[in-house]
Design a protein around this ligand. Structure first.
Ligand SMILES: [Zn+2]
Length: 89
């Protein structure tokens, strides 16, 4: 029987559900204050997570959850890029 490993869960800033990191997309504010969409999960900085679901992005954008988590404003092009990535799968 396969051993069940506990994987760390992260909370989606949109819907608030807990999921494995691999099911989420990570947005990071780097030490230089740059906002990046982190494909690797290895970028250093303050991160916030979203389901790979455009609906969660919409919710997070409406509630400004990403801004609150990252403690800065997000440029519109970050939302655009997120939207593209989530819609494209
Ligand atoms: Zn979600």
């Amino acid at each position: 029987m396969a051993q069940i490993k506990k994987k760390p869960l992260r909370r989606c800033a949109g819907c608030g559900s807990m999921k494995e990191k691999t099911e989420l997309i990570r947005v990071v504010k780097t030490e230089s204050g740059e906002i990046k969409i982190d494909q690797t999960g290895k970028v250093n900085g303050r991160g916030v997570y979203l389901c790979k679901d455009p609906e969660c992005l919409r919710k997070a954008r409406k509630s400004r959850a990403l801004e609150r988590s990252l403690r800065c404003s997000l440029p519109p092009d970050v939302y655009d890029e997120l939207g593209r990535q989530l819609d494209g799968g």
